[in-house]
Ligand binder design. Structure first.
Ligand code: PMP
Length: 325
């Protein structure tokens, strides 16, 4: 691999991993893009970079400036790294029900962290709205606004999508992933559909998210809840709007949990909950599509971020889940 230029130069160009056992089970090729190998540890390094480069390009962010974001974690981690590399101050507003590991990490990376009580999006004290107000009150600050700033989906259109196309040599038949901001799905879907209109784009949704019904019936409607973090939403963000999506699959927490333990025990891959949702959906999609298809999804971040939750039997039992053996 060629020498890369600093933290920023190390973002992207992640490997596509063939998951042998899952592939054999459904007689399809199941490929997972190892986004946890980005230098900040998640798919959101790309988003953070896309947003900062865009703000620099359009003059909103200048040397000595401040980046403010409301984030459930991974975007904040990416922003904190890039702000350190570029000399910006970084302020992260985070709901206080997120994993302790993420909160601590953000502080260690040099970000100022403001933990706020979780509130629905409609509430003026929702963490994203707190971040917007905070940015507006600080001279020289920009609000990253990852949910509605389309520089997010743009970087996935320019990098994640082309990498999948290149590494599958155009064999990709379907792409499936869960969404938080929708940036990843939106950027990858647009790129792949342009190259190959028949490629199937499928949204994987955790319980408690409104997008499954939105894709299938056109109406935002949520049922249940989920222990997964960073995915699932109650609204159609500017990033998600207009995305060519063919169908949706819904995955519950137990299925997700069984899959992440399976990935660890069968493949040696230690990943977080959204990766579990993605792989359950990929396997389901493979069965629907039939043998011989190439299905691509993402491994979004590392399991270590969730050591106290997803990999803590006591916590899981308390959450009413069966601990996989
Ligand atoms: N997985 C994890 C672990 C995440 O943190 C996020 C982003 N919040 C996603 C998946 C979803 O990515 P996107 O925001 O591009 O939809």
């Amino acid at each position: 691999m060629a020498i890369r230029d600093g933290f920023i130069g190390t973002i992207g160009d992640t490997p596509l991993i063939r998951l042998g056992k899952l592939s054999a089970e459904c007689d399809c090729e199941i490929l997972a893009k190892a986004e946890f190998l980005n230098p900040g540890g998640s798919v959101k390094d790309r988003t953070a970079l896309g947003i900062i480069l865009d703000a620099e390009r359009n003059g909103r962010l200048a040397p000595g400036g401040t980046v403010v974001e409301g984030t459930a974690g991974n975007t904040g981690i990416g922003l904190a790294h890039i702000c350190a590399a570029r000399g910006y101050r970084c302020i992260i507003v985070i709901p206080d029900n997120q994993s302790r590991e993420k909160l601590e990490l953000l502080r260690q990376l040099g970000a100022q962290v403001r933990a706020v009580p979780p509130k629905p999006y409609s509430d003026p004290d929702n963490y994203q709205k707190v971040a917007a107000r905070l940015a507006a009150s600080i001279p020289g600050a920009v609000w990253a606004n990852q949910f509605d700033n389309t520089a997010n989906r743009e970087i996935h259109y320019r990098t994640t999508g082309p990498e999948i196309w290149r590494d599958t040599e155009g064999r990709v038949d379907a792409f499936v992933c869960a969404t938080g901001t929708g940036g990843t799905l939106a950027g990858v879907a647009r790129y792949l559909k342009e190259r190959k209109p028949e490629v199937r784009i499928v949204l994987a949704d955790p319980m408690g998210s409104a997008l499954y019904h939105w894709v299938l019936e056109g109406e935002l409607c949520a049922e249940g809840s989920s222990i997964t973090e960073g995915i699932g939403t109650s609204r159609v963000t500017a990033n998600l709007e207009g995305t060519p999506i063919d169908s949706a699959l819904r995955v519950d927490d137990q299925q997700c949990l069984d899959m992440i333990y399976r990935l660890l025990r069968e493949e040696g891959l230690f990943v977080g909950g959204s990766s579990g949702i993605n792989l359950v959906a990929a396997l389901q999609l493979a069965r629907e599509m039939g043998p011989g298809h190439c299905i691509v999804t993402l491994l979004c971040d590392r399991g270590g971020l969730y050591a106290g939750r997803l990999f803590n039997p006591d916590w899981l039992r308390e959450a009413g889940l069966r601990v996989p053996v």
